[in-house]
Design a protein around this ligand. Structure first.
Ligand code: NAP
Length: 247
């Protein structure tokens, strides 16, 4: 695939592990200058940063659930990158529980990280992108936000919220050549899915028409497409990367 990403800057939230880490690596392979960011996993983020192809990358702490950390992170990016072409809002958590047992703090933590974190980063990124009249934001949602799932009401609400947020902001900034889209993964092999009970994993796999678990790279490649000029007439959309789990 021909891309024009060479030399462009991108921030990937939660790029210390899983989908974010693979996305950071893949975007660096596409020639991008990548800001690798972490909340708790500094050592893992350092490993990812040190493994990136090319030059001009950044490594910094950025906790999306903390407005001060987000603002400080964007200050570094603005200073070091002198602007931002791409943002991948990938950082996300789960706190699964059936509604009647779901604690207020677990509902709030998931919304604060997945939805409000996306809002905080998008707001600061859009400011830079509108000024430059160029930019692309990719928000990582989930099949769960599309279908709902027993035991994941907080997570499903956060991801459906991100989709609606994406469409709304996409309408606000389209005239400035800034695009926003979502990638909605299905069942991808990372720490997040590794911690699911075996019977749940089996049940999900049984429902995937392609009969296999996705790899972080499957998501990373869709992200690269949405960041690149190959998708220049696409905004406010969601690409599902789910092996057919939801159509
Ligand atoms: P993961 O392996 O658990 O990794 C989560 C990443 O998010 C880590 O890098 C973590 O950073 C970061 N993170 C968590 N809280 C953060 C915070 N407050 N601020 C900044 N970073 C934070 O998860 P994953 O499977 O790669 O998931 C990545 C994204 O894909 C999430 O949005 C998830 O909802 C979505 N997704 C995943 C799947 C799947 O099957 N795996 C399916 C659908 C959607 P630290 O370790 O540094 O704290």
């Amino acid at each position: 695939m021909k891309t024009d990403l060479n030399g462009k800057t991108v921030l990937v939230t939660g790029s210390s592990r899983g989908i974010g880490a693979e996305t950071a690596k893949y975007l660096a392979e596409c020639g991008m200058r990548v800001a690798v960011t972490y909340a708790g996993s500094k050592a893992k983020a350092e490993e990812i940063y040190n493994s990136l192809k090319g030059e001009g990358h950044l490594l910094l702490p950025l906790n999306v659930a903390d407005a001060t950390s987000v603002s400080e992170g964007f200050d570094v990016i603005s200073k070091e990158f002198g602007g931002l072409y791409g943002l991948v809002n990938n950082a996300g958590i789960t706190r699964d529980q059936l509604l009647l047992r779901l604690k207020d703090e677990d509902f709030d933590a998931v919304i604060e990280t997945n939805l409000k974190g996306t809002f905080l980063c998008t707001k600061l990124a859009v400011k830079m992108m509108m000024k430059a009249r160029s930019g692309s934001i990719v928000n990582i949602t989930s099949v769960i936000g599309q279908t709902g799932q027993a035991g994941q009401s907080n997570y499903a609400a956060s991801k459906a919220g991100v989709e609606a947020f994406t469409k709304s902001v996409a309408q606000e900034v389209a005239s400035r050549s800034v695009r926003l889209n979502c990638v909605a993964p299905g069942f991808i092999a990372t720490d997040m899915t590794d911690e699911l009970p075996e019977d749940r994993k089996k049940a999900i796999l049984g429902a995937v028409p392609m009969n296999s678990i996705g790899e972080p790279l499957d998501v990373a490649q869709a992200v690269a497409f949405l960041l690149s000029e190959n998708s220049k007439y696409i905004t406010g959309q969601t690409i599902s990367v789910n092996g057919g789990l939801f159509m």
